[in-house]
Each structure stands twice: as structure tokens, then as C-alpha cells.
Design a protein. Structure first.
Length: 256
């Protein structure tokens, strides 16, 4: 899976191509275009100057886990997600959810209210909303994405999760939602897992990436996962494409 970074350096536009995540280059870029297949891409706009909690926070740019999960989804049979209902928690700029939509799924992208404008812009940028690309084949089934507010731990979270869960999602996805935020509020694992579980039914598959930031965070993440899900399975890095088998990123499959 290749991707292109676009931005500015010394007042001049720059563009480079990578085939493995590089956080520092990625989070300096203003646009990231990921090649899912031949003639099939997703482009997301970032706001690297808004990474501080006083602005948009960590959701303003892509993190390694989003690339890892996207690469894993691309290893599945080509029709796996066609017509499936999916939801992404903590979507940020929306790479994983938009990739699922490009693969034919009906996707709900969620995050805190401050990030919804950025998400909506990326949905429109990829022609994955209600309006199809003017050159699209009207007879071809296409995926779609919509945007909704969901902030786990908020006072209205339980009601919001229950309303969203009525869609009976086939897949729940989330990346890098467990971390220590030195510039703001660190997310609560129990609230996060409660939201994930609340969006699932018995046939739902939940994919979550976790970045290793120490044993305390890992233990907290796993304890919360085991409290809400009966199956908590780590996906082998060997199933990921070369370049995406990152030692610091774990990929988990959870089921009720």
C-alpha cells in the first residue's frame, strides 16, 4: 500500500511517496493520498498545526495505527465490505472509514464535535457522501459515508450509542484511541470499550489498533476489552503487508 504526502517546505510545494508509515513526515503533511488499489484512492486533508488540545487535538492528523488497519483491511477478499454497515470511533481525518466506504461499505464516521467539519470535508473531497462523482457509473453500487458526533464518556454518550446501534453494524473500527495526552484529557478505556461494545451485536466484528505506550496503558486497554467482549484476539503481524508490520502497533479483533 503506497501513499503520497503533500505539503509545503520553505514556501514551495512538496510531494513524496512512502510505502510504510513515517509519523514525522505524515504529520507535517497537509494532504495524504492512499492507494487502495489501481485507480482507487482516498485523500484526506489534515491540519498539522491544530494537533494541540487547545485546537483540534490528536485527531487533526493521521497516526500509524490508521495506516496499519487500512493495510490489513486491504488484505481481505475484495468484496468483503461491499454493502456492509460500518462505524469508526475517533475517526480523526477519517482514513479507515473512508477506505471502507471506497471498498463498498456504508460507513458512519464519528468523533468529537470539533472534528466534524474536517471529517465532512474529507467525505466530500472523496465524493463519498450523497453526491456521487459526476463521472461515476450510475449503475455501479458504491459505498457511502456520513458523519456523526460521538464522544465516549460524555453525558449523552449512552443515548447516542443506542441510537447509532439501531443500524446494526457489521464492523466497528477504531485506531489509536488509547493514549496519554500531555496537552489535554487522556481518554478513558472503560468508556471507550463501553461505546465499542454498545455498537456491536453478536455478529459484529470490531477491529482496534493499539499503540504500545507502556505496560500500564496496555494492561488498562486489555482489562477494559475483556470486561466488555468475550473474544479478544490479537491479529498476527505476519498477516499484514511488508512495511506495516510495526512492532509498536498491535491489531486486535474483538467480538461480544
Amino acid at each position: 500500500m503506497r501513499f503520497w504526502l503533500e505539503g509545503w517546505e520553505d514556501g514551495e510545494p512538496v510531494k513524496c511517496c512512502l510505502d510504510s508509515p513515517d509519523r514525522w513526515q505524515t504529520q507535517a503533511a497537509e494532504r495524504v493520498t492512499v492507494e487502495l488499489a489501481v485507480d482507487q484512492t482516498v485523500t484526506v486533508q489534515q491540519q498539522p498545526r491544530s494537533l494541540t488540545a487547545a485546537r483540534l487535538g490528536v485527531g487533526a492528523c493521521l497516526w500509524d495505527g490508521a495506516f496499519v488497519l487500512t493495510a490489513y483491511l486491504l488484505t481481505q477478499p475484495s468484496d468483503t465490505f461491499t454493502g456492509k454497515r460500518c462505524i469508526e470511533l475517533g475517526a480523526g481525518v477519517g482514513l479507515v472509514g473512508l477506505s471502507l466506504a471506497r471498498l463498498g461499505a456504508e460507513v458512519t464516521l464519528t468523533d468529537k464535535p470539533a472534528l466534524l467539519s474536517l471529517l465532512k470535508g474529507n467525505v466530500a473531497r472523496n465524493w463519498l457522501g450523497e453526491r456521487a462523482h459526476p463521472g461515476a457509473d450510475p449503475g455501479l453500487r458504491r459505498g457511502k459515508a456520513n458523519v456523526a458526533a460521538l464522544e465516549w464518556g460524555s453525558k449523552d454518550c449512552t443515548h447516542t450509542v443506542a441510537a447509532l446501534a439501531e443500524k446494526q453494524y457489521d464492523y466497528v473500527v477504531a485506531t489509536d484511541c488509547t493514549y496519554i495526552d500531555p496537552d489535554g484529557n487522556t481518554p478513558d478505556d472503560n468508556h471507550f470499550m463501553t461505546a465499542c461494545a454498545g455498537l456491536c451485536h453478536k455478529q459484529t466484528t470490531c477491529f482496534i489498533t493499539f499503540e504500545d505506550r507502556g505496560s500500564a496503558l496496555r494492561n488498562s486497554f486489555l482489562a477494559a476489552a475483556h470486561a466488555k467482549f468475550t473474544s479478544v484476539k490479537e491479529i498476527s503481524r505476519g498477516l499484514l503487508p511488508p512495511g506495516y508490520q510495526l512492532d509498536h502497533i498491535d491489531l486486535w479483533e474483538l467480538r461480544l
